[in-house]
Design a protein around this ligand. Structure first.
Ligand code: ADP
Ligand code: GLC
Length: 500
């Protein structure tokens, strides 16, 4: 048996290839990278032969991750053109085999999607090549997947390519496709000239295919051509079936309603576990919170906050983008800081105006607001561990993983009740002292401000409720295994459709 085969001993285990733009720890901008790392791992424990293909970005340190070169591939790119790609192999956490597609012209340029906010103009070509190369790698190794599982706009074009390949009789056997939508807000628009490169004829430039406002819309292509479509929480599934959540694509999703469902993401509790986390100053659990006190104290020192156990500390770890409710933060946070005894620790990067706002906030409230602009996995863990509350006022949130981590670390989420935030945070009940967080229902600054106030007053006036909520939050589990079982059901349906 091959070293990395799943633990079934069964050679007929379904073969699933994840084709994606991110996979933690190699390349990650947000939760997509976490999911592409954890879901295949959970699938393998269920006997699925799940593997991953991502680009070899120049930011990926081959030595550090022990990547090994394999034989290169020639990926077809429409018009009979081929592109040579290097192929490297690594094994992510949990023995998930990962193929890295090397093509320096496309992937050795610093960013994953953009250069400091300026989106690369050739993204359809870049990720289109990833899709073609991933398929070629499978063919070259005679490892023909039953399912190609694609994620968001970067790889959503692959189901359309498979449709074209089937017609031309150059298939990946009977492989079917599953598209997971992690964020309907990003759709991947490109000039129609990319179609040729992608090997898609003019018939794909149609309103019931990839065409959208005179351009091609990659996510739309996935919605039209994938055999099954999922998104990452039940509430978000309902939201994107309607406008404005559907961002113009709700009608196309409605046509696929029978093949579409919302499956909640899980959290990887091997990585996010305060009882064993090597990145935090002191470990702790639901029944012994002494370590959490030390984490708070050290975070206060590290972030330039006044060391004071009695003041409630609010954490933020976020991409700084409109989706995350940065407008609400800009209005509500100074307002709350002016009125309430509280501290805030922020880690984030993204929109330059948002970054400037947070730099200003830390200067305007010295000792009360600590800000780190950048990306740091270690600090993300330390903020989760050291904070009492976790702020996530997202305008929309397909699932959200940060609030799942916050719950596990006993940092009570303060959230806008949307998408996965609605599904995973239980509202505080002031009469009973139950719940796991504080939710507001209208995404406006006043509601956010008032809900921060509700959390602060609970901290000072009803500390026993905070203790109860924290204990409950830390015991909640959003296990990948549960979600992975649902994906297996979808794979089986798609395989049956293709006669596998
Ligand atoms: P999204 O994918 O929309 O950004 P999620 O809550 O699903 O939101 O996932 C965010 C993930 O990215 C979490 O793992 C979080 O810790 C991480 N993250 C976000 N911003 C940063 C940052 N600046 N530094 C380190 N990790 C970050
Ligand atoms: C997206 C969403 C986030 C979700 C993540 C993983 O980035 O914004 O809500 O948790 O994907 O599915």
């Amino acid at each position: 048996m091959e070293k990395n085969a799943p633990n079934t001993g069964n050679s007929s285990a379904p073969r699933v290839l994840f084709v994606a733009s991110e996979c933690a720890p190699y390349a990650k901008c947000g939760g997509l990278g976490d999911v592409v790392a954890s879901l295949p791992k959970a699938l393998r424990t269920l006997g699925v032969d799940a593997r991953v293909a991502i680009p070899l970005y120049d930011s990926i340190d081959r030595g550090k991750y022990g990547l090994e070169p394999e034989s290169p591939c020639l990926a077809g790119a429409g018009r009979g053109e081929t592109n040579g790609c290097g192929v490297w192999r690594g094994t992510a956490d949990g023995d998930v085999p990962v193929w890295f597609i090397e093509h320096n012209r496309f992937f050795a340029r610093g960013g994953i999607y953009d250069d400091h906010g300026a989106e690369f103009g050739d993204n359809a070509f870049r990720f289109g090549l990833l899709c073609m190369a991933a398929a070629q790698v499978c063919r070259d190794r005679a490892w023909i997947p039953d399912i190609l599982h694609v994620h968001d706009w970067p790889t959503a074009v692959l189901p359309a390519m498979m449709d074209a390949w089937r017609k031309n009789g150059t298939p990946l056997g009977r492989a079917g496709s599953v598209l997971t939508i992690h964020n309907q807000g990003y759709q991947g628009y490109s000039h129609a000239s990319a179609l040729d490169y992608l090997g898609l004829g003019p018939e794909y430039f149609a309103a019931d295919a990839l065409e959208s406002y005179g351009k091609i819309n990659l996510l739309k292509g996935g919605i039209v051509f994938a055999d099954a479509i999922t998104t990452v929480s039940p509430t978000y599934a309902k939201e994107i079936l309607l406008e404005p959540g559907g961002n113009g694509l709700s009608g196309f999703l409605q046509r696929r309603e029978g093949d579409f469902e919302g499956i909640l993401n899980g959290a990887d509790y091997e990585v996010w576990n305060p009882e064993t986390d090597p990145q935090i100053p002191a470990v702790y659990g639901a029944n012994s919170l002494i370590g959490k006190g030390r984490c708070k104290q050290e975070l206060q020192v590290q972030m330039g906050l006044k060391p004071d156990a009695s003041v409630p500390l609010f954490g933020i770890v976020s991409r700084l983008a409109a989706q995350k409710g940065t407008e609400l933060m800009r209005e509500a946070l100074p307002w709350a800081l002016n009125e309430m005894q509280m501290q805030i620790a922020v880690l984030g990067s993204g929109d330059s105006d948002d970054e400037s706002f947070f730099r200003w906030l830390s200067q305007a409230y010295p000792g009360r607001v600590g800000v780190e602009i950048g990306y740091s996995d270690e600090l993300a863990h330390r903020i989760q561990a050291g904070s009492d509350f976790f702020l996530m006022p997202s305008l929309f949130e397909p699932c959200g993983l940060s609030q799942l981590y916050a719950l596990r670390y006993g940092s009570l989420p303060v959230v806008h009740a949307t998408g996965g935030l609605e599904d995973t945070v239980e509202q505080y009940n002031e009469g009973e002292g139950t719940g796991t967080g504080f939710k507001f229902y209208h995404p406006d600054a006043r509601a956010f401000h008032d809900t921060i106030g509700w959390a602060v007053s609970t901290w000072y006036d009803r500390p026993s409720h905070i203790t109860l909520m924290r204990e409950d939050a830390m015991k909640r589990r959003f296990e990948w295994e549960t979600s992975a079982r649902r994906y297996v059901g979808i794979y089986q349906r798609v395989m049956a459709k293709h006669g596998a």
